[in-house]
Design a binder for this molecule. Sequence first.
Ligand SMILES: NC(=O)C1=CN([C@@H]2O[C@H](COP(=O)(O)OP(=O)(O)OC[C@H]3O[C@@H](n4cnc5c(N)ncnc54)[C@H](O)[C@@H]3O)[C@@H](O)[C@H]2O)[C@H](O)CC1
Length: 207
Amino acid sequence: MRSAICVFGKISTFNFANSNQIFGHSQRVWQTRLIHSGNMQPRYLKQAEAIKLDEELFNYFGVEQLMELAGLSCASAIAEEYPESKNVLVVVGPGNNGGDGLVCARHLKMFGYLPEIFYPKRPAKILYENLTKQCELFEIPFLSSFPAQEELNTKYSLIVDALFGFSFKPPIRQEFSEIINTMIQTSTPCCSIDIPSGIINPDLNAN
Ligand SMILES: NC(=O)C1=CN([C@@H]2O[C@H](COP(=O)(O)OP(=O)(O)OC[C@H]3O[C@@H](n4cnc5c(N)ncnc54)[C@H](O)[C@@H]3O)[C@@H](O)[C@H]2O)[C@H](O)CC1
């Protein structure tokens, strides 16, 4: 029944340091249908397919509900794949991918992890403000600056990359380029929610 938990969520585990890409989990509604029909092979969505699926889902569900399920799914996948990696840095971007990250951080805290959040660009939208407030109520620290490489390598046992999802359009703007470059070079394992942030061609994710 794991597919039921992850129904709207999608996470890719990505070791930036050696570019060894492993897709540990990727479940979306119609993949669940495949699983239910007896075909256990996951199928990865291209950027255009993911956007289309999102549009379809938004006809039936609210963004809060979808985001809650996505964030919970990611936290569940992390708890399964990284049970010992308690010191987690969640790097949160300005869109819904970032929203998934805030939800994920909250659930990780409930699962006994010690997440910290870096959220440099916060849109003035009630949805993100509420998610931020909830994390604060859960006493999750918000960092005021991005850790330097050494700190990233030693202090954290896992990074959750919730910077950009399928709406990322290259090239990376200057304000995020240093963050992404530091994440690319870190030896700490990095889990990306949806696509790895800064990937030049998101359709590569399909492979
Ligand atoms: N149905 C689902 O499974 C759900 C998926 N969700 C997640 O939502 C994202 C897509 O969210 P969206 O807000 O459309 O976009 P992003 O978060 O990917 O990014 C938008 C944000 O990024 C800025 N931006 C874009 N390109 C650049 C760039 N080159 N440099 C700097 N900044 C950039 C842009 O301006 C916006 O501010 C999807 O991937 C899922 O993770 C939802 O949670 C709903 C449920």
